[in-house]
Design a protein around this ligand. Structure first.
Ligand code: CUA
Length: 349
């Protein structure tokens, strides 16, 4: 029924439609710059929509003109295509209008860039350092007493970034290894973290909520997992969050758990297990960063369920006895060492 050419064309159009629909679905749940939740993201989205609408109008006029001319003036029996040259009015029109459009987009962009890049204005209410490393962001809160930990350092946290609603926050970026890029699309623009260079941007959330972000510069194996979870709190919730976060950050610093932590990092444990934020980066055993909040079925195939002090001690004293065939050997630790390590493991929430 259809010619070969027609069938190929239909196939290509169908494939493009499938690609369009599936990518739209994939984006539906992800970070989305056109759902702005802060002044900076809004100014970027406004510019985007102005340009998008202009582009659609240009597309309609140009393609409409081409299709109209192609049908109306085509060569057919009894009709010879008309030839003409030198249409001054038309040529001027399609030179002047695009020039005016490009110039006005440039002016608009510069204006927005002034606003977007203004990280040093007097209304900045808070400064947070964000360090990118393979493969996580580490956020350091201001050196104020309320963020102080028991070891004298100040609150630092990975992956989750907490800010109060309605406050302009300057993010000072740095990188430990390669180039990363900080981007929380619905809150603000994107900025690279470059090794050896200081860069910064500002963000502001207008309403409370959790906003997803993603490292936006390919930085190696774990790039896709280098996420940012930005939590915007109402001012009173933020005030309540600070002591809670400081309390949790203090747990692993507690002298009682420090012994177990040191043991874990110096013994064979660290060679097989990863605990983010420490030097333990082994890949053979399961990651233990959030051990205590993992589903019991995800640890030792459920052999430790429920994951608690008693079961952890039983496990570490002789893993193959609990789960025959496990890769984790009996390390022959003393009861004291086991107790200390388990105390430390219980801080991994
Ligand atoms: Cu860090 Cu991509």
């Amino acid at each position: 029924m259809f010619s070969v050419r027609m069938r190929v064309a239909l196939g290509v159009i169908t494939a493009l439609l499938i690609a369009l629909v599936s990518s739209t679905y994939a984006l539906a749940d992800g970070p989305w710059p056109n759902d702005p939740q802060g002044p900076q993201a809004k100014s970027i989205a406004d510019l985007y929509w102005i340009m998008f609408v202009a582009a659609v109008i240009v597309l309609a006029i140009v393609d409409g003109g081409i299709i109209y001319a192609g049908i109306k003036f085509r060569e057919r029996p009894g009709h010879v295509a008309r030839q003409f040259h030198g249409q001054n009015f038309l040529e001027l029109t399609w030179t002047v209008i695009p020039t005016l459009m490009v110039v006005s987009f440039s002016v608009l962009s510069w204006q927005k860039l002034d606003f977007i890049n203004n990280t040093r204005s007097s209304d900045v209410g808070m400064v947070i350092q964000a360090e990118g490393s393979q493969w996580q962001w580490t956020f350091s809160y201001p050196h104020e007493d309320r963020y102080k930990l028991i070891d004298g350092n100040y609150l630092r946290a990975s992956e989750e970034l907490h800010i109060p609603v309605g406050m302009k926050v300057r993010i000072e970026l740095s990188s430990k290894d390669v180039i990363h890029s900080f981007w929380v699309p619905s809150i603000g623009g994107k900025k690279d973290a470059v090794p050896g260079r200081a860069t910064e941007l500002w963000i502001q959330a207008d309403k409370a909520g959790t906003f997803k972000g993603q490292c936006f510069e390919f930085c190696g194996d774990g790039h896709a997992d280098m996420l940012i979870t930005l939590v915007a709190h109402t001012p009173s919730d933020f005030a309540a969050w600070i002591p809670q976060a400081v309390k949790e950050a203090n747990i692993p610093l507690d002298p009682k758990t420090v012994v177990g932590r040191e043991l874990f990092l110096s013994l064979a444990c660290a060679g097989c297990h990863t605990i983010k934020g420490t030097t333990a980066g082994g890949k053979i055993g399961p990651e233990l960063t959030h051990l205590m909040s993992k589903k019991p079925s995800n640890i030792a195939g459920g052999a430790l369920a429920p994951v608690n002090e008693e079961n952890l001690k039983k496990w570490i004293s002789n893993p193959p006895a609990v789960k025959p065939g496990t890769l984790m050997p009996n390390l022959g630790l003393s009861q004291q060492q086991i107790d200390d390590i388990v105390l430390f493991l219980q801080t991994l929430k």
